[in-house]
Design a protein. Structure first.
Length: 113
């Protein structure tokens, strides 16, 4: 437990971003504004970054599942039309992932500002 420093400003002191500190980034000095997953309070840049990373994880997971499915069913004479649809979905997911990664890159820059 940590208490706010008594800096004469405490009546309106805003809670800080509670992102876990990494040695590289140090403590986040921004105010916590967004309740992330109902648990921790984050500044907007950190909340945006974590949300993007969650999305990337989810999309990556679905690409992985589709790959597994294709490996198991791709050579067993599965319905060609269905196979084609899965392949197409996979390509779209990979494209989305690329886009999310770009967003993550710029969100990271924002966090470091
Ligand atoms: Zn933060």
């Amino acid at each position: 437990m940590r208490r706010d420093d008594a800096d004469g400003n405490s009546s309106l002191s805003q809670p800080r971003c509670e992102i876990e500190k990494t040695p590289l980034e140090g403590e986040c000095q921004r105010p916590g504004e967004v309740r992330y997953k109902g648990i921790i309070l984050l500044c907007r840049p950190h909340a945006a970054l974590l949300q993007l990373e969650d999305r990337a994880q989810a999309v990556l997971g679905s690409v992985f599942r589709m790959d597994e499915w294709l490996q198991e069913n791709g050579s067993l004479g599965a319905d060609e039309e269905y196979l084609g649809r899965i392949r197409h979905e996979r390509e779209e997911a990979v494209g989305a992932l690329r886009h999310i990664r770009e967003q993550i890159r710029s969100a990271r820059k924002e966090v470091l500002q």
